[in-house]
Design a protein around this ligand. Structure first.
Ligand SMILES: O=C(O)COP(=O)(O)O
Ligand SMILES: [Mg+2]
Length: 228
């Protein structure tokens, strides 16, 4: 019995950071550009990874919160947020790599006639820019970012809106992600989910997540979805 045997899947909603791409190096470089302008302690990859996944506001608030008291962190937020975006725009894709099986999984799903949306908490322009750099933009029917809707994952709104845009029901859709934000959003939207173990789940094991299955790669996910 495969994890999706009772489903007829017509669409997949794929997360970006930690699922398609290892972007921890891009995040770390942009944060360090911002932190050096503030004269604050730099960040390393392992600290960055704990904060990725809940969008830019959460990321900046977490980084400042680990370096300043609450009043100083909130006073610095607007400047830090603006500086971070400038830095990220400049370095987007310089350090990012596709995970093994990610491009192959996307290609297999497309060839199998599955409609695809990318739903990420990353700002839309950075997500669209990265997909374009790696030649994947054309594979997605829609791309939605953390600034595309009023609420981000783990709220189900982005998943519901993606289903609407794709012209499918939640029951015909599967979400592929790397974190609790994807699993919770999918569950609340009534969408099945497959989770990869190699991304960013705030330092916690993905085995504890409420999902349909853990899959080693997106290519493995594609095989389950296409029931090959
Ligand atoms: O920008 C983030 O917080 C990461 O977003 P994602 O894991 O939803 O792609
Ligand atoms: Mg992710």
């Amino acid at each position: 019995m495969g994890a999706l045997d009772s489903y007829t899947i017509r669409a997949a909603i794929i997360d970006l950071d930690g699922t398609l791409f290892d972007t921890a190096g891009d995040f770390t470089a942009a944060l360090n550009g911002m932190l050096s302008g503030l004269g604050a302690r730099p960040i390393d990859l392992s600290e960055t990874i704990e904060y990725i996944g809940k969008g830019t506001e959460h990321l900046i608030a977490s980084v400042l919160g680990a370096r300043y008291d609450a009043d100083a962190a909130s006073a610095l937020f607007d400047r830090a947020y603006a500086d971070y975006q400038t830095e990220y725009q400049r370095i987007n894709g310089h350090h990012a790599t596709l995970y093994p099986g990610a491009a192959e999984g996307v290609a297999a799903l497309r060839e199998g006639g599955i409609r695809l949306a990318c739903v990420t908490n990353k700002p839309l322009r950075f997500a669209a820019g990265l997909l374009a750099q790696f030649g994947l933009a054309g594979d997605f029917d829609h791309v939605f970012g953390g600034d595309s809707f009023a609420r981000k994952k783990p709220d189900p709104l982005p998943m519901r809106e993606a289903c609407r845009a794709l012209g499918v029901t939640p029951a015909e859709t599967v979400a592929l992600g790397d974190s609790e934000n994807d699993a919770l959003a999918a569950r609340a939207a009534g969408i099945a989910s497959l989770i990869v173990p190699y991304g960013y789940n705030h330092g916690r094991p993905v085995q504890d997540l409420d999902c349909n299955a853990i899959v080693g790669t997106l290519l493995e996910a594609a095989a389950l979805i296409l029931k090959r």
